[in-house]
Design a protein around this ligand. Structure first.
Ligand SMILES: NC(=O)c1ccc[n+]([C@@H]2O[C@H](COP(=O)([O-])OP(=O)(O)OC[C@H]3O[C@@H](n4cnc5c(N)ncnc54)[C@H](OP(=O)(O)O)[C@@H]3O)[C@@H](O)[C@H]2O)c1
Length: 286
C-alpha cells in the first residue's frame, strides 16, 4: 500500500487532504503539522523518516502571509525555501517522492494570456520570491516529484478570501473590493482530490515536473465577492475599487491566470468551473 505523508496538515489545503483521505482506501495517509512536526527541526524530521517508511510526501506547509512576508523575509525564506532544501535532502536519503505546492505569485502579472509551466518567473514580492526560490531548489536537487502551482485558494477551512467576504457581507453595510486583479479561484478540496486521483494512476516519477492546477474560469476579487453575495441573502453593497485605492504591503500581479492544460491532459482530469466549487464551499461554510 502506498504510504503518503501530508505535511502542514492543519492548513486549508492540508485539511482538504484530510477530508478526502477516507475516500482513497488504497493509500495509507499520515498527517503532520506543527508543533509535533516542524519542517525547521531537521533532527525531528530525520527521526520521523527513520521510524516511518513513506513513499510520497505531500508538502502543504508554507509561509503564506503575503503582506507580513515583506516585514519577515527571513521567516518566509526559512519555510518556503530552506525547508524545501531539507525535504529534498531527506527525499534523497529516504527515497520518497516529493509533491510540493507553489503559487501564481511567482509571476509578475504582465501577461495577458494564461501562464504556462515554462514561462519565466518574475515574482513581485517576498512571498513570491521565496516560493520561486523553493521551486529552484527542488528542480536542482536531483529528486523525483511534482511542483503544483495554484492560485487564490479557498475552502471551508482556515483563513481565506471567501470566508472573510462571507463574514463581512453579513456584518457590514458596504465593503470595497479590488476589481483590477484577475486570476482563477481554486477550491482546495478540488485540488486535493485531483492530486490523490492523479496518484491513483500510479504515475512514473522521473525528475521534477511542474504542473498548474486552478479551477476553470477567471474573475477578479470583486467578481468573486459578487458571486459569494449571489449565494447568500445580504444587503451589503460591494464597491469595486482599484488596487491603488486599497494599498497593501506586498504588490500583487494584475493578471495571474495559469494554464492547466498539462495536468488535465496527463491525468485525464475534469476541472470544474470555480462558480460551481464556490457553491459547494458556501454550503459547507454554512
Ligand atoms: N492560500 C492561497 O491562496 C495560495 C495560493 C497559491 C498557492 N498557495 C500554496 O498552497 C500551499 C498551501 O497553502 P494553504 O493556504 O493551505 O496554507 P496555510 O493554510 O497557511 O497552511 C500552511 C500550514 O503549514 C504549517 N506550517 C507553517 N510552518 C511550518 C513548519 N515550520 N513546519 C510544519 N508546518 C508548518 C502552518 O501551521 P501554522 O498555521 O501553525 O503556522 C499551516 O498549518 C502553500 O504552498 C501555498 O504557498 C496558496
Amino acid at each position: 500500500m502506498t504510504k503518503i505523508l501530508v505535511i502542514g496538515a492543519n492548513g486549508q489545503l492540508g485539511q482538504s487532504f484530510q477530508y478526502w483521505a477516507p475516500y482513497f482506501p488504497n493509500f495509507k495517509i499520515f498527517f503532520e503539522d506543527l508543533p509535533e512536526f516542524n519542517l525547521l527541526d531537521r533532527d525531528q524530521l530525520v527521526h520521523y523518516f527513520k521510524s516511518t517508511s513513506i513513499n510520497i510526501v505531500i508538502n502543504c506547509a508554507a509561509y503564506t502571509a503575503v503582506d507580513l512576508a515583506e516585514d519577515q523575509p527571513e521567516a518566509a525564506e526559512q519555510i518556503n525555501t530552506g525547508a524545501i532544501d531539507s525535504l529534498c535532502q531527506l527525499s534523497k536519503s529516504f527515497g520518497f517522492k516529493l509533491i510540493h505546492f507553489s503559487t501564481d505569485y511567482v509571476f509578475d502579472g504582465s501577461a495577458q494570456t494564461p501562464y504556462g509551466e515554462d514561462d519565466p518567473l518574475s515574482p513581485l514580492g517576498v512571498y513570491g520570491k521565496t516560493k520561486a526560490a523553493g521551486e529552484a531548489v527542488m528542480q536542482s536537487a536531483g529528486i523525483d516529484g511534482w511542483i503544483i502551482r495554484t492560485s487564490w485558494l479557498f475552502s471551508p477551512y482556515g483563513k481565506n478570501f471567501v470566508k472573510t467576504i462571507f463574514s463581512l457581507l453579513q456584518n457590514k453595510d458596504e465593503i470595497k473590493v479590488v476589481a483590477d486583479q484577475t486570476g482563477s479561484p481554486t477550491y482546495a478540496l478540488d485540488l486535493a482530490a485531483a492530486i490523490l486521483k492523479a496518484l491513483e494512476h500510479k504515475p512514473t516519477f522521473n525528475g521534477v515536473k511542474i504542473y498548474h492546477y486552478t479551477n476553470s474560469g477567471t474573475t477578479t476579487w470583486y467578481g468573486l465577492a459578487l458571486a459569494i453575495q449571489q449565494q447568500i441573502n445580504t444587503h451589503c453593497k460591494i464597491h469595486a475599487v482599484e488596487t491603488a485605492a486599497y494599498p497593501t504591503k506586498a504588490e500583487r500581479p494584475k493578471y495571474s491566470v495559469l494554464s492547466c492544460e498539462k495536468i488535465k491532459k496527463e491525468f485525464n482530469l475534469d476541472i470544474q468551473a470555480w462558480e460551481l466549487s464556490l457553491k459547494d464551499c458556501l454550503k459547507k461554510i454554512g
